[in-house]
Design a protein around this ligand. Structure first.
Ligand code: ZN
Length: 234
């Protein structure tokens, strides 16, 4: 019988042999003392099971890919904590994004050379960034007056791993993706960054200042931890 290609992992603590079929290949987990030959024979004897399992895995992966494609072609947009229908108008006179009557409409100019889907994504991102800049400027003005803490400048940017930051020059920055989050979350991040103008750390004094203006801050912190990954444009 022909040997099947597999990756072998031995461990002292293991008592039984286990075959795992994964997208990247077959993996065999075995105790230290079992011979290579025994394992080869064992794997060969399970060949049909391995092939069936592999085919099933491929089928599942295809389903996941199809689902992701659906998400990419999403017909909705998340804005300030609410999901709105997204309408795309290809072949328009002029590219623009319009939000009215609870619908976000993206018109894509007929002169645009890239695909409608790609153009739509770019227009939507530009529109969301613009909204984010407006909302963060307003919120910072409001909370600055309230907290008597004023930043030197406010910017909305792309960050890979953070929602906001505040540096020693008193410049505050916010992740534009937050415009998709509910206003309570946006308020929390604004209060958090403004509080850093007084405490450049996460000390007890810092959190006490945050909780004075945002008593529910733990709830919004958790929201970001659990649902922050949803704040994204495919
Ligand atoms: Zn912080």
């Amino acid at each position: 019988m022909l040997a099947l290609d597999y990756q072998l992992r031995r461990s002292k603590r293991r008592k039984t042999v286990e075959i795992q079929v994964r997208p990247e290949g077959v993996r065999v987990l075995a105790p230290e003392h079992i011979s290579q030959r025994w394992i080869d024979n064992f794997v060969a004897s399970r060949r049909i099971w391995i092939e069936t399992r592999h085919a099933e895995l491929q089928r599942q992966l295809k389903l996941i890919e199809a689902h992701q494609a659906d998400v990419r072609a999403a017909s909705t947009v998340l804005y300030r904590g609410t999901v709105y229908p997204l309408q795309v108008e290809p072949d328009a006179d002029q590219s623009k994004v319009c939000f009215s009557g609870g619908v976000v409409t993206v018109a894509v100019s007929r002169r645009v050379r890239k695909s409608t889907q790609e153009a739509c994504r770019q227009l939507l991102e530009a529109w969301l960034r613009q909204q984010a800049a407006g909302v963060f400027n307003e919120k910072v003005a409001e909370w600055s007056a309230c907290m008597a803490l004023f930043p030197a400048s406010i910017k909305v940017k792309s960050f890979r791993r953070k929602w906001g930051c505040c540096d020693s020059r008193a410049e505050v920055r916010f992740n534009w993706l937050l415009i998709m989050a509910p206003d309570e979350v946006i308020d929390y991040v604004v209060i958090h960054e403004l509080a850093h103008l007084k405490h450049m750390n996460h000390s007890a004094e810092f959190w006490s200042l945050v909780s004075r203006y945002c008593p529910d801050y733990k709830r919004w912190q958790n929201w970001l931890k659990q649902q922050g990954a949803m704040l994204t444009l495919p």
